[in-house]
Design a protein around this ligand. Structure first.
Ligand code: SAM
Ligand code: GLN
Length: 331
């Protein structure tokens, strides 16, 4: 059973091969019904649900409905009206291909090409990690920091490893007066993040930078340090990637998951690199995997440049975010 980091809802089913498109397969569309020509949407939905169930896909009926609606370019309400009508051959074929992809473990979000985060629709595909609901805690805590503090000038925020751009874009939508920089080592991810920023109408307010953490990145001259640096870095223990749900291990970018031998590689680097780019009194906010919070807090304590870090739990009660404020030198 998949329980890793308590982070996704995907099951970890044994793999099973059924050739959906094989003409004689008992699971190919129509064969189950005997006569292809008389298939209604409802028949097709039943076939799709059963096929997904056979492949141990979680929530097979919901997946089948969403994929059928997607293949017919209908929303779910429109789909219900269409269910009793006969379908055309082309329509069946289109769904069959989508069901085959989902049965192989490809995440629903990649097939539909979207995921909602912070009530914003993001385009997602194989280039980026699918934003997880628990990551909204980073956004929530950032907003708290940005609203509680009084800043001398518009606050500046740096997000490291932006992926789809979900966090930075959510912040840009919520707070109009911040200066935002979002980085990623993956150029492919940045292309998609920029597209998402444009769809959300905030492309002019986020500077996207290709960088290995803070390696090639220099804050601009007028902005010598950030008020807030945040990151949801890769944090999966390398040797455990192979035992994640197939949706994650076979489809999401490994560069977004691999946290090195102990899963903590990026925290070590971030805790050592960020202080020089952080204003005194500025904040570091890090998402962590299940069971990592205390070890990350310890790295922060050892660094000696931060006040006592705070650990915050997500809605599932899992310690998910470590929050630390950089010390201010006595005047
Ligand atoms: N921020 C997004 C989110 O929360 O949904 C994506 C987080 S994903 C766990 C980690 C991201 O860090 C990926 O987009 C990956 O490409 C990026 N990354 C990995 N190594 C990096 C590095 N050395 N420097 C910068 N970004 C890196
Ligand atoms: N939350 C992801 C998962 O457990 C991992 C993302 C990360 O490494 N930050 O599937």
């Amino acid at each position: 059973m998949f329980q890793h980091q308590g982070a996704t809802s995907y099951e970890h089913p044994p793999s099973k091969k059924t050739h959906l498109l094989a003409p004689c397969s008992h699971r190919s569309v129509g064969a189950a019904e005997g006569e292809r020509s008389k298939m209604t949407g409802l028949d097709l939905l039943q076939w799709a649900t059963n096929t997904l169930k056979d492949h141990r896909i979680e929530n097979p009926r919901l997946n089948a409905e969403l994929l059928l609606a997607h293949s017919l370019t209908l929303n779910r309400e429109e789909l219900y009206v269409r269910l009793h009508r006969e379908l055309k051959e082309g329509e069946k074929g289109a769904l069959e291909r989508l069901i085959q992809r989902r049965s192989s473990g490809e995440p629903l979000q990649y097939i539909l090409g979207k995921q909602e985060f912070w009530s914003i629709n993001f385009k997602v595909d194989h280039r980026v990690l699918i934003p997880r609901p628990e990551t909204e805690l980073l956004v929530e805590q950032s907003l708290r920091i940005l609203s509680e503090k009084t800043f001398e000038q518009n606050p500046s925020v740096l997000e490291i490893g932006t992926g789809s751009g979900a966090i930075a874009i959510a912040l840009a939508k919520e707070v109009t007066h911040i200066f935002l920089v979002a980085t990623d080592i993956s150029r492919d991810a940045l292309v998609l993040a920029k597209e998402n920023a444009a769809s959300a109408g905030v492309q002019d307010r986020i500077q996207f930078v290709n960088s290995d953490l803070l390696g090639s990145f220099q804050p601009s001259r007028e902005r010598r340090a950030f008020d807030l640096i945040l990151s949801n870095p890769p944090y999966i223990v390398q040797s455990e990637i192979g035992s994640l749900a197939k949706e994650v291990r076979n489809f999401e970018p490994v560069i977004a998951l691999d946290g090195g031998k102990d899963g903590l590689k990026f925290y070590r680097r971030l805790v050592s690199q960020t202080p020089s780019s952080l204003r005194e009194g500025g904040w570091l906010l890090l998402e962590v995997g299940q069971g990592q919070a205390e070890r990350v807090a310890e790295q922060i304590r050892e660094r000696g440049t931060f006040l006592e870090p705070e650990i915050l739990a997500d809605l599932a009660g899992i310690e998910r975010v470590v929050k630390a404020q950089k010390m201010e030198r006595r005047k």
